[in-house]
Design a protein around this ligand. Structure first.
Ligand SMILES: Cc1ncc(COP(=O)(O)O)c(C=O)c1O
Length: 437
């Protein structure tokens, strides 16, 4: 019988028929950059536990801050009350995020996006433009699994079944930068973006897009200048810009705040994942004084609030985490490791098993070639992602591919030895596919 029925846990994004009691590990501990299962086997975390882990496990300064907070105040809501960690963290976030002045707290990235969408619609209502209530987003964009987030981040293979729940959103093409090729259709994409905004800006409140790169939609890195241009177009046509830095902010692409790196100040920005190094759930939606002022002017309330908004333990964790970024100069360390990752990826891009490689900072995506995909299916009778997952697991690495794309998203502070091992296992996977060709 499958583990699912034994545990009574319904696992996210799981093929219930593929779940295997004997081989899907039960994780009981974390040590450094490894997850350790109930049988004592250890797995290097190649996807930073769904893209959020920063320091690995057992980071003492963060644990100390969490313990201190637990000893003082375990929970207090933000409904008619404030708490110190949420105030302190908002000051820190505002200091980092140029153009932003106010922080709205939630507990996961999807709801941070819902908050952003509600702010944008209500902003135009506050400014007596209620007809501006539609959204524009990008093809291949992903923003989470709640209803609004699925509407703007519509990935058909995940969400087509939920379509009756979703609102209609105009979708623009998005560019993708390969390792050693310039983007040839950037001009076309920008022209289409402009002509769409020109046509529908009267009814559009905001454009929603990931900042710097799209990850869940297939690891698509924006070429230089693209996001800046979209920001300029959003200003030109009077449409708010909502940037999603939930997966790409705080170092993943090599910058602390990716929109600053891209020269594109948004009206609203969302952060999550690495914000707490993965130690507690927390997400934030930041906005500028103009949007906040529209609520003041109209005496309007934002009807959004969660039980765990501004959770003191989450906020104390994030404060300690951000302090460590500075203390350990994490961004410098990332820039060195990013160079190493790129060098290793160049070795893989000529393999017949690989059709396309993308990389930025601590993020990489490698597509298995058409021939490779056919060979895996023929040779194993199973899906490509399970094939990759199993080889990695047998080599002591936790990897979760996106369909036919191997995604490399290690904990940001991973040490060189473990990073080398992770990339060597990617090499092993590629060799195994080559042997099937
Ligand atoms: C870009 C982006 N936005 C939003 C989300 C949703 O975040 P969460 O899973 O915390 O709801 C994710 C999650 O992977 C993401 O990658």
């Amino acid at each position: 019988m499958a583990l699912i029925s034994k545990h009574h846990v319904w696992y996210p994004y799981a093929d219930l028929n593929q779940w295997d009691n004997s081989t899907n590990p039960v994780i009981t501990r974390g040590r450094g950059f490894h997850l350790i299962d109930s049988k004592g086997r250890q797995y290097l975390d190649g996807v930073a536990s769904m893209w959020c882990n920063v320091w690995g496990h057992g980071e003492k300064e963060i644990i100390r801050a969490m313990k201190n907070q637990i000893n003082n105040l375990q929970h207090s809501s933000l409904f008619s009350l404030a708490n110190k960690p949420s105030i302190q963290l908002s000051l820190e976030l505002i200091r980092l995020s140029k153009g932003m002045e106010y922080v709205f707290y939630s507990d996961n990235g999807s709801t941070a996006i819902e908050v952003a969408m509600k702010m944008a619609i209500q902003y135009y209502k506050n400014r007596d433009r209620p007809e501006k209530r539609h959204f524009v987003s990008l093809q291949h964009g992903y923003h989470g699994d709640t209803i609004g987030a699925m509407s703007v981040g519509y990935i058909p293979r995940y969400f087509s079944v939920y379509r009756p729940l979703l609102t209609r959103v105009a979708r623009l093409p998005s560019p993708s930068l390969k390792l050693s090729e310039p983007v040839s259709n950037l001009e076309e994409i920008l022209e289409e973006t402009e002509s769409c905004l020109k046509k529908i800006s009267v009814k559009t409140c905001a454009i929603v897009m990931e900042s710097g790169a799209q990850i869940a939609g297939g690891v698509r890195i924006y070429p230089p200048g693209y996001q800046k241009k979209v920001a300029e177009l959003s200003k030109k046509y009077g449409v708010l810009l909502i940037l999603d830095e939930i997966a790409t902010g705080f170092g993943r692409l090599g910058s602390m705040i990716e929109y600053l790196n891209q020269g594109s100040i948004p009206d609203i920005v969302c952060f999550g994942k690495s914000l707490t190094a993965g130690y507690t759930p927390l997400a934030v939606t930041l906005t500028n004084p103009e949007i906040y002022r529209s609520f003041l002017d109209k005496k309007a309330k934002l009807y959004h609030g969660h039980t765990f908004c501004g959770h003191p333990i989450g906020c104390a964790t994030a404060i300690a985490n951000l302090k460590l970024y500075r203390k350990k100069n994490l961004l410098r360390d990332i820039s060195l490791k990013s160079g190493y990752i790129r060098k290793r990826l160049c070795e893989f891009q000529n393999s017949a098993a690989v059709s396309n490689v993308r990389h930025k900072g601590m993020l990489a995506g490698l597509d298995i070639s058409r021939r490779g995909v056919d060979a895996i299916r023929k040779g194993t009778g199973g899906p490509v992602d399970s094939f990759i997952f199993r080889i990695a697991l047998n080599s002591g690495v936790y990897l979760r591919p996106l369909g036919n794309t191997i995604v490399v998203i290690p904990p940001l502070a991973i040490d060189t030895k473990n990073l080398e091992y992770l990339l060597s296992v990617i090499g092993v996977i590629i060799e195994k596919v080559e042997r099937l060709l």
